[in-house]
Every structure is written in C-alpha cells, then in structure tokens.
Design a protein around this ligand. Structure first.
Ligand code: GLU
Length: 448
C-alpha cells in the first residue's frame, strides 16, 4: 500500500502536543508504507497567519525528527481554488448567498428554539436573477455555498468505524467568502485531490467537515480519500488542554530540555492499546502503528507523566542516544563511563552537566560545623592513587573504623563535602572521577 499523508497546520500559533499527535500519526502512516508525508501550511487566513509561526512549526517538526518530503502553502495556490470554484459553478453545484452573519445567526437561533438542527435552509437557492441584482445594487456581495447531494453521506472511518450523515443534517458549506477568499473546506479538498493524498488523520472535531469534503472531492472528480478521526487530548479534569500546568506547547517541552524521542514515545503511544514506554528508536513506533490500536476515548495528557517518561528514557539511553543533545548543551566531552554512572540520576540530559561539573570543575564543599573533625579524619585516611570503583568501599571502611560512625552519619557528610549536594550518583563511581587532588582539597574545605 502506498500512502500520501499530510499535516496541515494553520500558522496562526505554535504547535502543541495535540497537533503533534495528529502530525505523528500521519507521519507514521507515510513512513510505514514508504510513502510521502507533506507539510501543508493552511495559511489562507492572511490576517492571522505569520511567517514567524510558519518557521516555528518547521522548527518544532524538525526538532522532533518529523521530516517532510514536500511543503506547500495554500496562500500560493489561490489560482487552483479559483479554478475549482469555476468548475463547481459550471456544474451547478455552487450558489450565491447574500445573508449577513447576523441574519444567519438569527436563522440558527430560531431553528434551535424549535428543536431543529441549525442547518442552512437553502433560501438563497430560491433567489431569482432580479432578486440577486437588487441585492447587489444594495451593496451586498455574494458568498458561495456548495450544494450538497440530497443523499446520506456514508464513510468508513479508520478509527471510528462507519459514520453517516443524513441529508438535511449538514449545512451546504461555504466555499468562497464575499471577499473571494476560499474557505478551509474548499482549499483543503482541492489540495487533498491535487496532492494525491490517500489518508487524512485529524481530530474528531473535523468529522462534519469530512462529510462535506467527501461530497466535494467526488464532485471535483478526485479519488476517494480514507479518513480517520482521533479523539482530542484532554487534561486530567477531562477538559481540553490548558496552559495551567505548562508543557503543552512543543517549544516549551524543548526549552525544558526534554528528549524528542521521549516526546514521540509518549505521544505515539498515548491513547493506544500499546504500553507507554521509552523507545530509543522511532522505528519501533513506525512498525507498531495501527489504526486498530487507537482508542475511541479521549486520552488524558499530563505533562508530569511525559516528564517521568523522559527521565525513564534517559535512564536507559546509551551515550550515542544523547550525543547530539549533549553537543548542543556544550557537554560534548562527556564520555561513556561517566554517562553510564550518572544517567539513572537524570531528569533531563542537562542534569548530566551538573554532575560533569562536580567531577571536573571547582565545586564548593558543604561541611557542617559538627562534622569538621570527622571530615578532617576522613581526609587523613584518603588512600593513595590509582583509584577505581573499589576505592570508596576501602576508604569508608577505614573511616568507619576510626570514627565509629556508620550509615547516614558516615556517608552523608562525605557526600556533602565531596559534591556539595545531598543526593546524586553512587559515590563509588564519582570518587575516581573527582580524583584524589580535588577530593582532598574539598575535604579540607577548599573550593576545588
Ligand atoms: N488547518 C486545519 C487544522 O489545523 C487542518 C485540518 C485538516 O487536517 O484538514 O485544523
């Protein structure tokens, strides 16, 4: 099966985890099939779309490794939408309407009050040429609606199963506004046809759009597209994503120092029947993707769960998995033994820098007044080099013997003096990296 998919964000804001979940599904389908993935900027809204947001979208996608094979901008394709409009007009599937937004709103309100679906009543279809001429003489500009076929629209959603819309339950969609700008409904259908899109995966807020686009694509002579609508992410409270807890925009997650593959592991498995686990290659996601695994219940997004997965991802990461990120952080000198020693203490890769600096850069020891004599005793017992991972055990055994201290009272003051912190990787691993010269100076209270 060859697949052509697309991710079609509007460059009117930064991407958030919900957008990326959509992008990822489309990307996985294309990559699984050896197909094509298109980044399409839905930028017909000239007032709200900006180049800055378009760049932000590209940066976020690139950071996550969601590579695209081609890029399109709807603002450059206006002539194509105009051609489609003319084709539909020629076929008698487009009609001019003149209602103001206020008139339409009143119509909807009246329908709702009578318990009827707020569907456009097609009254503009009854306008004669004279009526239209009069309205236009009054200064009204037409906008254009697509005449839906009077039969049910039925499709097999790859996630939701069979979906059907009865005629009369969906309004004839507006395809062109008064100012001649095409709507999303038209532009998206034209693009999907002309770009050979085979599968469209998007949020379930688009189901009704799909119904009209299926009719529209057929009218324009396009090949049928397979559609899938996934439930939207919610917060713990069951509501839509909010900014309260932070960590919903991709830019924020990057700034927090999370790993792209941890983010993809999380978003790729959230709301599926596969377990959420740290994946160190994206191939596992590509191989495992299947529509049948996607749950129909709205998945709950909790940034703290993502942070926890990021930590777990690091704890199992090889140095090669993080080299690129460490380079960006200026931590390219970190070597394999060091990485293996510290990785299980990390929440973000940047934390490795803290431990690197404790081993290799001047660090202020912490020595409590009560511990001064004890630390002086310990300093006097430091063995000669060469040091290895046995050194810590031999040294602390001697310190225990002489001082009579044990447990926390023995180990914590040593840790504080050697690292300046009360937690961290095992000292048997850190001690040889700190080395005798620095260790001795720190035990003597010097910043070393
Ligand atoms: N620009 C639309 C959106 O972001 C695209 C929807 C679609 O995938 O067709 O909601």
């Amino acid at each position: 099966m060859s697949a052509v998919t697309r991710f079609a964000p509007s460059p009117t804001g930064r991407l958030h985890v919900g957008n990326i979940r959509t992008a990822l599904m489309n990307w996985l389908i294309a990559r699984q099939a050896g197909g094509t993935f298109i980044l399409r900027l839905d930028d017909t809204d000239a007032e709200r779309s900006t180049d800055e947001f378009a760049d932000g979208i590209r940066d976020d996608m690139a950071w996550l490794g969601l590579t695209w094979d081609s890029e399109a901008r709807q603002s450059e394709r206006m002539a194509r939408y105009e051609a489609a409009r003319a084709q539909l007009a020629e076929m008698g599937r487009l009609y001019a309407c003149y209602e103001t937004p206020e008139e339409l709103e009143t119509q909807r309100r009246l329908l709702r009050a009578r318990g009827l679906p707020p569907v456009y009543d097609r009254s503009a279809l009854a306008l004669s040429d004279d009526d239209k001429a009069r309205l236009e003489a009054d200064g009204r500009q037409p906008y254009w609606r697509f005449l839906l076929e009077d039969k049910p629209i039925v499709f097999e959603d790859l996630i939701r199963g069979p979906v059907s819309f009865e005629p009369g339950h969906v309004s004839d969609p507006v395809l062109m506004r008064e100012n001649g700008v095409p709507t999303y409904t038209l532009a998206s259908a034209v693009d999907d046809i002309e770009m050979g899109v085979t599968h469209v995966v998007r949020g379930e807020d688009h189901v009704a759009n799909t119904a009209v686009q299926i009719d529209l694509i057929a009218a324009l002579g396009g090949a049928p597209v397979r559609f899938a609508h996934h439930p939207l992410l919610t917060e713990a409270s069951g509501e839509g994503l909010s900014k309260r807890k932070g960590g919903a925009s991709i830019a924020e997650l990057r700034d927090e120092g999370l790993e792209p593959l941890a983010v993809l592991s999380f978003l790729g498995r959230l709301g599926t029947s596969d377990p959420i686990e740290p994946l160190h290659t994206v191939q596992a996601l590509i191989d495992g993707f299947a529509f049948s695994k996607i749950s129909r219940n709205p998945p709950r997004y909790d940034p703290d769960e993502l942070r926890a997965l990021n930590a777990k991802w690091l704890h199992g990461a090889s140095l090669a998995d993080v080299t690129q990120h460490l380079d960006v952080l200026g931590l390219g000198e970190i070597d394999e033994p060091f990485w293996l020693a510290v990785r299980s203490n990390l929440e973000t890769a940047a934390d490795a820098g803290t431990w690197w600096s404790i081993c290799h850069r001047p660090t202020q020891p912490v020595i409590a007044g009560d511990d001064k004599d004890f630390i002086a005793t310990a300093a006097g017992l430091l063995p000669d080099e060469p040091w290895d991972q046995e050194t810590w055990k031999a040294w602390t055994a001697a310190v225990k013997e002489v001082s009579g201290r044990k447990g926390k009272a023995l180990f914590m003051p040593l840790r504080l003096a050697l690292t300046g912190l009360d937690h961290g990787p095992e000292l048997k691993v850190l001690l040889p990296m700190i080395g005798r010269e620095r260790a001795l100076a720190r035990l003597e209270g010097a910043k070393a």
